[in-house]
Write a protein that binds this ligand. Structure first.
Ligand code: UD1
Ligand code: MG
Length: 451
């Protein structure tokens, strides 16, 4: 059975107190909407349609950045979840299969749960995902009879008896496309909120002799985000899951609760992650690498056996070859460090390529930015960059070359050459002693006058 994914994301999310549309708030480095898209993608949908409203332009851009094939439809007025789904009618014209409705602010539905919903669709016309809530709060309630779902009652409409039901509506539904739109056509807004409730389609389906059922999942999956507090809780849940997965995959985490992953972090077996490491999006760490404490990595690739940190920062485009060492207070951006390069202390390497086994001395800086343009630094293999060298890009250092400590290198250095670019040293015999005497005498005079 082919599926189409509809993700509702038009709501404002008032309780977020934000200028950013709710679904663009991030969890583990990816907007909630993208998490929902990733969850739905496991069904290999034929179409993905996102219903945008508040901040539609930004929502659309974020959705397309993740998957250029999505369609985005506009719901200019938020008249309710049924009205939102109705906006996808044209986009799904001619599609013949199941529509799965997800909410953009419910990012953690698991692939297994979605698969079970698809399975349940074989025996029922409408399948709703429910969960038993510890605190049912304002969720819609599922009224069931055995395996059958009779109707969904919104909290605002529920009687005291219905409010006592703990089986709640997650919002996720699976219905065949043509059935879905027929049912939605029959939804009215004669209710407390004057909204078109998608949840009403269950009762309507039953009245028409169609069948409905609820598939259930763990509450953690249906976690909806409505406030910054919910967002923080969702982040914590996601991080806990990522840490458990990392440990199970053979990665050592000395203090798992202090390591923060991004949604797409990839780490090889037998890597070791020390405490307080943060992974931004787009990081791959290969087997047997060590990321030492207090390092921050994003958009980078760390090869096997490399050692990063403590206190290192790898920014987008950092490519570390095998057995590279990047030490404390070293920042690498858009730079390839080939096998065995060492840059162990207090260094900035940006827009650069460094050949294998080159040693970069403490305090070295690639001066890549002239205030307007960025320029590249290319360093050959087995070179030795003296401490505190300023490499004023564009500049090329040949294989096996050396730079003297404290040099400002503005011209290319041929292979095998030693470049020294600094003021020549002058020694003034005895002058330090004289200066000290003079200064100490001045201090003594001051102490006298201050008495
Ligand atoms: C909805 C369900 C409720 C369920 C709960 C789970 C309905 C009527 N109620 O209530 O049964 O327990 O979710 O979290 O469906 N949206 C639009 N356009 C609209 C209205 C909403 O795109 O006109 C989107 C929102 O952006 C959001 C989602 O639909 O992503 C759910 O809307 P929301 O207003 O949060 O519904 P709830 O009141 O939480
Ligand atoms: Mg909600």
């Amino acid at each position: 059975m082919s599926t189409a994914l509809v993700i509702l994301a038009a709501g404002k999310g008032t309780r977020m107190e934000s200028d950013l549309p709710k679904v663009l708030h991030k969890i583990a480095g990816a907007p909630m909407l993208v998490h929902a898209m990733m969850a739905g993608a496991t069904l290999e949908p034929e179409h993905t349609v996102i219903v945008a409203g508040h901040g539609a332009e930004a929502v659309s851009a974020a959705a397309r950045a993740h998957d250029e094939h999505v369609s985005v439809v506009l719901q200019t007025e938020q008249l309710g979840t049924a009205h939102a789904v109705a906006q996808t009618r044209d986009a799904l014209e001619g599609f013949d299969g199941d529509v799965i409705v997800l909410f953009g602010d419910t990012p953690f539905i698991s692939p297994d749960t979605l698969a079970r919903m698809s399975e349940a669709r074989k025996n029922h016309d409408v399948v709703v995902l429910g969960f038993t809530a510890r605190d049912p709060g304002r969720y819609g309630r599922l009224v069931t009879e055995g395996d059958n779902l009779l109707r969904i009652v919104e909290f605002k409409e529920a009687s005291a008896q219905e409010k006592a039901i703990t089986l709640c509506n997650s919002g996720v539904m699976a219905v065949a496309r043509d059935v879905l739109f027929e049912l939605i056509d029959a939804v009215g807004n004669d209710n407390v909120a004057r909204e078109y409730y998608l949840t009403d389609i269950v009762g309507i389906a039953r009245a028409r002799g169609l069948s409905a059922t609820a598939v259930t999942c763990d509450e953690a999956e249906t976690l909806g985000v409505n406030s910054r507090t919910d967002l923080a809780a969702a982040e914590a849940t996601f991080q806990a899951r990522m840490r458990a997965e990392a440990l199970a995959a053979g990665i050592t985490l000395q203090a798992p609760e202090t390591v923060y992953f991004a949604y797409d972090t990839v780490i090889g077996r037998d890597s070791e992650i020390e405490p307080n490491v943060v992974f931004g999006p787009g990081v791959t760490v290969e087997s047997g690498a060590t990321i030492r404490a207090f390092s921050h990595l994003e958009g980078c690739h760390v090869s096997e056996g490399a050692i990063v940190g403590p206190y290192a920062r790898l920014r987008p485009g950092a490519e570390l070859g095998a057995y590279v060492h990047v030490g404390n207070f070293v920042e690498v951006k858009n730079a390839i460090l080939h096998e065995g390069v060492k840059a162990n202390h207090l260094t900035y390497i940006g827009d650069a390529e460094i050949g294998e086994k080159t040693n970069v001395g403490a305090g070295t800086i690639t001066c890549n930015y002239d205030g307007v343009f960025k320029h590249r630094t290319v360093i050959g293999a087995r070179a030795f960059i003296g401490s505190s060298t300023m490499l004023v890009a564009p500049v090329t250092i040949g294989d096996g070359a050396m730079t003297g400590s404290g040099s400002v290198i503005t011209e290319d250095v041929p292979a095998g050459a030693l470049a020294i670019g600094r003021g020549k040293q002058v020694n003034k015999p005895g002058l330090a002693r004289k200066l000290f005497e003079m200064l100490r005498a001045r201090k003594a005079r001051q102490a006298e006058t201050d008495k």
